[in-house]
Design a protein around this ligand. Structure first.
Ligand code: AMP
Length: 187
């Protein structure tokens, strides 16, 4: 199974993608997690990405696409994967299409976690305090939500037109959201 997770910052994509990854036995590939690991390790990729992340902007497509292209060639991703936080731009969709075409595979399902914006803000402010993330201050958060609305929300219609989109309410209890996602994925 090849699954894409979408939804605004704070929708719970990371939590749900990790749970689904365990349930299905396929890797959870989070571009945000990969960028953060590179920032922590002080790699050249991390140094390039950090200023964009700290400002709430997207890391340029060229950098992000190359990173995902590399990750998807790892053996563990051969039977399937859950992409969390990628693609986020129209150009990334085209690039992912090209990667999958050359591998002779395709996306099976795009899950959009839907949430109310006020609930998201409350969730992210709490997470910021818990995890010490520098990209969740209120100004940066507002910018992250704006960038999502401008650049990523249009992808929802695009995947809907391909009949791949499944919308799941992300605001329930974690277990209930996971159950709804599993139901959607299995049907
Ligand atoms: P996330 O944890 O998915 O919210 O990602 C944290 C940050 O990493 C984002 O605000 C972006 O700066 C960067 N990032 C993650 N995924 C992407 C992507 N697909 N395209 C561009 N930037 C990304």
């Amino acid at each position: 199974m090849r699954i894409v997770f979408m939804g605004p910052p704070g929708a719970g994509k990371g939590t749900q993608a990790a749970l689904l990854s365990s349930a299905l036995g396929i890797p959870h590939i989070s571009t945000g997690d990969i960028f953060r690991a590179n920032v922590t390790q002080g790699t050249p990729l991390g140094k390039e990405a950090q200023s964009y992340m700290d400002a709430g902007e997207y890391v340029p497509d060229g950098i992000t696409n190359a990173m995902v292209r590399d990750r998807l060639t790892h053996d563990d991703a051969r039977p399937g994967f859950i992409l969390d936080g990628y693609p986020r731009t129209v150009e990334q969709v085209a690039e992912l299409d090209a990667m999958l075409r050359s591998a002779g595979t395709k996306i099976d399902c795009v899950i959009e976690l839907t949430v109310d914006v006020d609930a998201v803000v409350a969730r992210l402010v709490r997470r910021s305090a818990e995890q010490g993330r520098t990209d969740d201050t209120e100004d940066v958060l507002r910018r992250r939500l704006e960038v999502y609305a401008e650049q990523t929300a249009p992808l929802i219609e695009l995947y809907q037109s391909r009949n791949l989109l499944v919308q799941v309410d992300g605001l329930g209890e974690i277990e209930a959201v996971t159950a709804a996602i599993l139901l959607a994925v299995n049907s």
